[in-house]
Design a binder for this molecule. Structure first.
Ligand SMILES: [Zn+2]
Length: 690
């Protein structure tokens, strides 16, 4: 499918939320110096501000002149930024804000969202600093926004793009939303109905606003930022021209958010941009610097996962770009520029589709599910090639599907999965995946049935999968030889109890569950944590039925919680039984990230190896500040990925260095050794006729 917009690789998002109490705004702004700083830093697209969360505007608004920042030295600053960027070949989309606007919130309280208690919807309190009160897009505020968009085009002329910020699912009971809910046959008293309406509101707002923008420009880029991209985007996908994945590892998102999110977003047929920041922590962290090694990793990881790069910055009020910040960005972007030819129109080569539970949890869930994070972590550690998908994805692109922990199966999804395995695909399901929504029975044939009388706590509630103080309901997996390869063949604790199942005739039990002497209660307990194994066999723990393997325990959520290596080992052994010839293998450590992309036009594949190790050296964030080189990393690719026909031979070379390295066939794999990975190394694999 043709991607509608091909984004540039080296972008900056230039925040400019500037208090009206600061004097001399833009007084040092020099358009040429601005563009030359960007050009020297190899930046080829920058998003600049029409209006900020303070509600201040930075262009000479015709219809809202009173909203232009009172201390803005040059009311044409934005227009001059645009002119200077364009004359230097730099693209400049325009930023504006939607739900957060402090000035408008203060002056139009009748446009604010209203919570169920009748008060404002605010991330903090009225007495905390911040512009985090939510405005409602179902109020006449929407007319204000549309007029603002028309004004931007009127004053600036054609713009390259519009970035609408802050579109969060908001539980609003304002009179406009209540009337809307009643008209839609929803009951505002019910929280579920309100959240459904909030979801529908966002879909409808984005569709409506994009149609409005298209009156002024047929081809400008349009993006709506909700700070996370997941399956909820599907109904509103058409309102976007591309996807920007806000994910500042030190800003609350962490280092796992980006891979989980981009592996999903890249399957949606829109070009993707990864957005990190130059900040040590998060947005608004003035005079702070990200360690260069961290910025390298974040940008190169974007390239390895088929996204373009964007670095967030905030311009200081005077209107000049910080020299050291652009030296930092430039030091990374000049490397990105050199790597680009091997990243243009690159498509991921994948074996595995990892289904996200996000679409099945409460409406509007706005972060990756713990099971998908745990699974992503495991698969990345093992060098597996995978996408994150949902039930609407095309399964035929995968050899193996993984349904982690909490994927309920409808008749429709069951039929789709059955067709997938009938066509030769394999499937791994864990815990409640494959069951109905209420977990009363299996809808998917996984070779097991649910036993009657699942264990309950002293209050009578089911314990399966729950986290308990001191692991009160833990039990133990006793792996058989094949699934336990690499482990002592003895009991391994499972901190969260699994679904108590029995293998059906014809299935193979790969691991049994052993029971503790008793569960830990106030009446009966042993030592500091879970009671030890009684040696008595419990339910079946891991069961294979044809090309389907079922794990009774929530093994991925458990891995996310505290990462027991035995969970990973057993899972990777299960994957190995179903996927004996993965696209890529390497002998590096679990801290090495390896991906392989294809560039069909160049008839080559490109392997990315990344070795940057985030260290939890502080209470709040993970830090990367060292590059630990890896030497002699042996990589192998499955033969069909080497594209060699009619006597052609594979050529492997390190790029962009253009240094050839030897390769050889080992059975049906092409094997080569990368002499050193110093942070990030790419290797291209293509065929040459002798
Ligand atoms: Zn409302």
């Amino acid at each position: 499918m043709k991607k509608p917009l091909d984004l540039r690789f080296r972008q900056v998002h230039l925040d400019f939320h500037t208090s009206p109490d600061i004097p001399g705004v833009g007084s040092q702004f020099d358009p040429d110096a601005f563009a030359e700083t960007l050009q020297a830093a190899k930046v080829n697209s920058i998003s600049c501000f029409a209006r900020c969360h303070h509600g201040m505007m930075y262009y000479d608004s015709k219809i809202h002149p009173h909203l232009v920042h009172p201390n803005l030295a040059d009311r044409n600053m934005l227009k001059k930024q645009m002119g200077a960027c364009h004359s230097h070949g730099i693209r400049m989309p325009v930023y504006t804000t939607v739900q957060w606007d402090d000035h408008t919130a203060k002056n139009h309280p009748e446009w604010l969202c209203v919570g169920e208690n009748g008060g404002e919807v605010n991330w903090y309190t009225l007495y905390d600093p911040g512009f985090y009160r939510f405005l409602c897009v179902n109020s006449p505020y929407r007319d204000f926004l549309k007029a603002h968009v028309a004004d931007i085009f009127d004053v600036l002329g054609p713009v390259d793009g519009l970035f609408f910020d802050i579109l969060f699912l908001t539980d609003c009971s304002c009179r406009h939303c209540r009337a809307g809910m009643e008209a839609a046959g929803l009951d505002p008293v019910k929280k579920g109905h309100r959240m459904q309406y909030a979801q529908d509101t966002l879909d409808e707002f984005m569709t409506d606003m994009s149609a409005h923008v298209r009156h002024f420009s047929q081809d400008c880029s349009i993006f709506y930022n909700s700070s996370h991209i997941g399956p909820v985007i599907r109904p509103r996908l058409q309102a976007h021209s591309h996807l920007e994945l806000e994910s500042l590892p030190s800003g609350g998102w962490g280092y796992m958010h980006f891979p989980c999110t981009v592996r999903y977003a890249r399957t949606l047929d829109l070009d993707c941009l990864g957005m990190t920041g130059k900040f040590h922590t998060s947005w608004g962290d003035f005079h702070s610097f990200k360690n260069r090694e961290a910025l390298e990793f974040e940008c190169f990881h974007m390239l390895a996962l088929n996204a373009k790069c964007m670095v967030g910055d905030q311009m200081e009020p005077g209107g000049i770009l910080s020299k050291p910040v652009y030296e930092l960005i430039g030091s990374v972007y000049e490397q990105v520029e050199a790597k680009e030819p091997w990243c243009e129109k690159a498509e991921a080569i994948v074996d595995i589709g990892l289904m996200t539970p996000e679409e099945f949890v409460a409406v509007g869930h706005a972060e990756p599910h713990p099971a998908v994070i745990g699974a992503t972590q495991m698969l990345m550690e093992a060098g597996h090639q995978f996408d994150v998908i949902d039930s609407h994805s095309d399964f035929s692109a995968y050899r193996l599907l993984i349904l982690p922990d909490n994927i309920p199966v409808s008749d429709e999804l069951r039929d789709k999965l059955d067709r997938f395995t009938a066509d030769g695909g394999s499937l791994i399901a864990t815990f409640q995946s494959g069951m109905d929504k209420e977990h009363t029975c299996f809808r998917l044939d996984l070779g097991v049935s649910l036993m009657e009388n699942q264990t309950r706590d002293i209050q009578g509630k089911p314990v399966a999968g729950r986290e308990f103080e001191r692991d009160a309901y833990a039990d133990f997996l006793l792996p058989g030889e094949s699934i336990g390869k690499g482990l002592p063949l003895t009991e391994h604790v499972m901190y969260r109890k699994g679904m108590e199942v029995a293998a059906l005739p014809g299935s193979e039990v790969l691991a049994e569950t052993m029971l503790p002497f008793f569960n830990r209660t106030y009446k009966q307990f042993c030592s500091h944590r879970q009671a030890p194994s009684s040696g008595i066999r419990g339910y079946d723990g891991i069961v294979q039925s044809g090309r389907r393997i079922y794990f009774a325990h929530p093994i991925f959520s458990q891995y996310r919680q505290n990462a027991p290596k035995w969970c990973k080992t057993m899972m990777l052994n299960a994957i190995g039984r179903l996927l004996p010839a993965p696209a890529l293998r390497h002998n590096g450590p679990g801290t090495l990230i390896a991906t392989v992309n294809s560039q069909p036009e160049q008839e080559r594949n490109v392997v990315h190896l990344l070795h940057y190790v985030p260290v939890r050296k502080s209470v709040s964030i993970d830090i990367i500040e060292d590059i630990i080189p890896l030497y002699d990393v042996k990589v192998s690719l499955r033969a069909d990925l080497c594209r060699c026909v009619d006597g052609a031979v594979p050529i492997v070379q390190l790029v962009p260095e253009m240094k050839a390295i030897p390769s050889e066939w080992d059975g049906n794999r092409l094997v080569f050794t990368v002499p050193v990975v110093r942070g990030h190394q790419m290797a291209e694999v293509r065929c040459e006729r002798e």
